[in-house]
Write a protein that binds this ligand. Structure first.
Ligand code: NAD
Length: 459
């Protein structure tokens, strides 16, 4: 079936009732856990080398957490939310009733191909929709496994997966979905929004960008380095919320550089034979990273803790630190999405804030500081999708808080109740009471009614 035929098939089916949603989410969790080994193998094939531990943490644990949280709260999310009307509308009542939208779409990228297809699916199913998923063509093994796994959990008129190339993706993005959640690059996000506009399909766009790290001068550099290495080199930097570049006081640049090298070598001794150091997804991305390094050679000081990147067959790209690249260099303009880490010296927190604010709004921002005034200033004077303080990546796995970007890093959000709301129509219902004073402000406007209306202004 092509995407159009899949869409027509799903369109004819009813929305999912609450018990079906709960049963399907429980079965989904079971199937995910039964397929742990298959997922590890598929992702390893797709990446050439994908750390099994990273797969368990980032793809499986995160989805299980999302299902657990959803199952715990689903009944309360689906209940009508009552809001008393204000004093002026005495005795009447308002309700918000969440309703399924119908057939919704999910387009996902290659970097966490399982999580970024399944986490939105959990929200869409929780909200009672029928769902179509277009996983990335760059991870064919994982995409096929997703299709196979979901076909054992969902009926053919509940969830369908459109496995295929760019042509399939283009056709998919033009379908008249009731909502479309896209995770991917900012450039493709613009195309998705344009395609969705012909049907007025609302979109949630989970996009990319450059996520900065700001380190306060007095913060423990060793602690910051540990967390930065953990967040930057997980999945070899192929993470939307990976630290993209660091802003740090000039007096701390050398200490930080040495601490990052030491921590990297402790975590990943000899990357060539280290199954925990993930490879770059394909040759195009390997070449793109190589060209960033080549450009950086002439714009800053490149440091190679485990040797220079060499053309190789296994896609393993070594870490590269770039100290003080030119602000207009390639590495400071593109989202890096790999194990290259620029470190930029600044004189003050104001300079860091100006640097961040002169660029697109980041998806996430990292602050390393124990100083309340420093943290408050950066929080207040910058705008990013999210912020994590004294840690990297863990904001993504927090339950019950929205995840999403702002400006060029995205629009809308999901995870927990926010995901449920994004895939629901929040229908408002106004209930008039038997005791009703509204005739006092309706025509004909007698002198008494005019007095009441004038008085209302002061309430
Ligand atoms: P991408 O934008 O190239 O592709 C994403 C998806 O869009 C794929 O499924 C692809 O098939 C589809 N697609 C590509 N071109 C299309 C077109 N013209 N019409 C319709 N569909 C099209 O992104 P990618 O390279 O797979 O992923 C990397 C990007 O995703 C990075 O920018 C990263 O920051 C971002 N990302 C964001 C998040 C987040 O949560 N905000 C998470 C992961 C990745």
């Amino acid at each position: 079936m092509n995407p159009q035929q899949q869409f027509e098939k799903l369109s004819l089916a009813p929305n999912l009732d609450i018990n079906t949603r709960i049963n399907r989410l429980k079965s989904l969790k079971k199937v995910i856990n039964e397929n742990t080994e298959n997922l590890i193998v598929a992702l390893n094939k797709d990446f050439g080398r994908r750390s099994a531990n990273e797969t368990i943490l980032a793809e499986i644990f995160t989805c299980n957490e999302e299902i657990n949280h959803t199952l715990k709260h689903l009944k309360s999310w689906t209940r009508p939310r009552t809001k008393m009307a204000g004093l002026k509308f005495l005795f009447s009542k308002n309700e918000i009733i969440p309703q399924p939208l119908g057939v919704v779409g999910i387009i996902s990228p290659w970097n966490y191909p399982f999580n970024l297809a399944i986490a939105p699916l959990i929200a869409a199913i929780a909200a009672g929709n029928r769902v179509m998923i277009k996983p990335s063509e760059m991870t064919p093994n994982t995409s096929q496994l997703i299709a196979d796994m979901l076909s054992t959990v969902f009926n053919e008129n509940e969830v369908l997966v459109s496995v295929g190339d760019l042509k399939v993706a283009q056709e998919f993005s033009r379908l008249p979905f009731k909502h479309l959640l896209f995770t991917g690059s900012t450039a493709v996000g613009k195309i998705i929004m344009e395609n969705a506009s012909c049907h007025l399909t609302p979109v949630t766009l989970e996009l990319g960008g450059k996520s900065p790290v700001v380190i306060e001068e007095d913060y423990d550099i060793g602690k910051a380095a540990k967390s930065i290495v953990g967040g930057k080199f997980f999945n070899a930097g192929q993470t939307c919320i990976a630290p993209d570049y660091i802003l740090v006081s000039s007096s701390k640049v050398e200490q930080l550089t040495n601490a990052i090298i030491e921590e990297f070598n402790r975590c990943y001794p000899d990357i060539t034979n280290n199954s925990e150091y993930t490879a770059i997804i394909n040759q195009n991305h390997f070449n793109r990273l190589n060209s960033l390094v080549a450009d950086s050679e002439s714009s800053g000081q490149c440091i190679y803790p485990q040797g220079k990147p060499e053309p190789n067959n296994d896609g393993v790209f070594p870490p590269v630190l770039v100290v003080n690249p030119q602000p207009n260099s390639k590495v400071m303009h593109q989202e890096i999405f790999g194990p290259i880490l620029p470190i930029i010296s600044v004189k003050s927190v104001e300079e860091s804030i100006d640097f961040i604010n002169s660029r697109d709004n980041p998806l996430t921002l990292y602050i390393f500081s124990d100083n309340k005034r420093f943290k408050d200033k950066v929080l207040r004077e910058t705008l990013s999708g999210s912020v994590a303080i004294n840690e990297t990546l863990f904001q993504f796995v927090q339950q019950g808080i929205p995840f999403g970007g702002v400006g060029q890093s995205g629009m809308g959000s999901y995870h927990g109740l926010n995901g449920f709301n994004s895939f629901s129509h929040l229908k408002t219902v106004y209930h008039q009471s038997r005791i009703n004073f509204n005739h006092l402000i309706r025509a004909p406007f007698t002198p008494l009614k005019q007095k009441i209306i004038k008085f209302l202004r002061f309430l």
